[in-house]
Design a protein around this ligand. Structure first.
Ligand code: UDP
Ligand code: MG
Length: 322
């Protein structure tokens, strides 16, 4: 509707090649929506610079000078896509009615934005963008993504398959999200967990036009591990179950050993001893490792450190807070 203020939250990490082009497309698109009376003219693009080391912030600052629909938020460090999105949502929730998060490379089709708004106007507080297919992704990304959704499902985290971080949150949902105080924030898992009325919108995925993917394998693995550990203790429980199984088995082994001893045949068995030492040595290390992952996270959470530090921002939403 005419008075709904829409904020697009755009995380940017070393996106100097992408920014201007994306801004041009988005600004034309938003202006059309304003003209058609679909959103308020106070709507904004909020670019969140996730601690880039290239000219990203200079470009964002320049754009915000030239275009009053552009605002920027600069994080002091690279904190990763999820935190950048969160920082943008937190800032935007101060004055936006609806917030859509979308990658700045616009691989996610912007033509879906009016569909998001339509669902929002029907009273949904959360609208998930669901990708139509994964044509533009390579084999590796496709395979890892599908494995990841299966794994998440298995450990009991309720995430919506093929919904990336292209989604709409109402102000109410955004403020609810900011109530989650854990510093390891897995937005994809928390949003369905909040339980608001939701809908889905389907969108196409394009190739990245400029620059390279900023999601390195390392970052992907970290996201996957964070997702699992922040929603489930099943890995720890599996160790316990496995421990019980081994205990049962070892009772059998002890009975067998006593029997063999009584029969006076105790010399052989070197191979099985050797094998069990190695096997259980490694099982224990893996077990300790899994527990360690959790303890590490408890340790990090217990520090209660801020999720991000803002270095600079062009927006002064605090004044408009209502
Ligand atoms: N991004 C970010 N911080 C990071 C990595 C990525 O803010 O540490 C942003 C990036 O600028 C882009 C979005 O997250 O807007 C998605 O990243 P990318 O397009 O590189 O990932 P892909 O589409 O290949 O999964
Ligand atoms: Mg991308």
């Amino acid at each position: 509707m005419k008075d709904d203020i829409l904020f697009l939250v755009l995380p940017c990490y070393n996106e100097e090649e992408t920014l201007e082009d994306s801004h041009r497309k988005l600004s034309a698109f938003l202006q059309n929506m304003v003209k058609d009376g679909k959103i308020s003219d106070k709507s904004k693009m909020l670019f969140v610079d996730d601690g880039s080391v290239d000219r990203t912030w200079e470009i964002i600052a320049g754009l915000s000078q030239a275009d009053n629909m552009v605002e920027g938020l600069k994080l002091a460090h690279n904190r990763g896509h999820q935190v950048a999105i969160y920082a943008g949502i937190e800032e935007a929730s101060k004055c936006a009615d609806a917030i859509i998060t979308i990658d700045v490379d616009l691989q996610q089709d912007i033509n879906a934005i009016p569909d998001f708004m339509a669902a929002f106007e029907k009273g949904c507080d959360v609208v998930y963008g669901i990708r139509n297919d994964r044509k533009s992704d390579g084999f590796f990304k496709k395979a890892t993504a599908s494995f990841y959704y299966k794994l998440m499902h298995l450990v009991g985290a309720n995430i919506i398959p093929n919904s990336a971080d292209y989604r709409l949150l109402s102000r109410k949902a955004a403020r609810a999200l900011t109530q989650y105080k854990e510093s390891n924030l897995f937005i994809r898992g928390i949003v369905p967990d909040m339980g608001f009325k939701s809908d889905m919108v389907y969108f196409d995925v394009h190739e990245r036009e400029h620059g390279k993917s900023k999601y390195t394998l390392h970052k992907m693995l970290r996201l996957a591990a964070d997702g699992i550990t922040s929603f489930s203790i099943i890995p720890i429980r599996l160790i316990l179950y496995f421990g019980f199984l081994v205990l049962l088995y070892s009772i059998g082994v002890i009975i067998h050993d006593v029997y063999v001893y009584l029969m006076g045949k105790t010399v052989d068995g070197w191979a099985s001893l050797q094998a069990s030492i190695w096997f259980f040595g490694s099982v224990q290390l893996v077990g300790i490792g899994v527990i360690g992952e959790y303890i590490g996270r408890i340790y990090m959470e217990s520090k209660r450190r801020p999720r991000y530090i803002i270095d600079e921002k062009t927006i002064d939403a605090d004044k408009k807070e209502n």
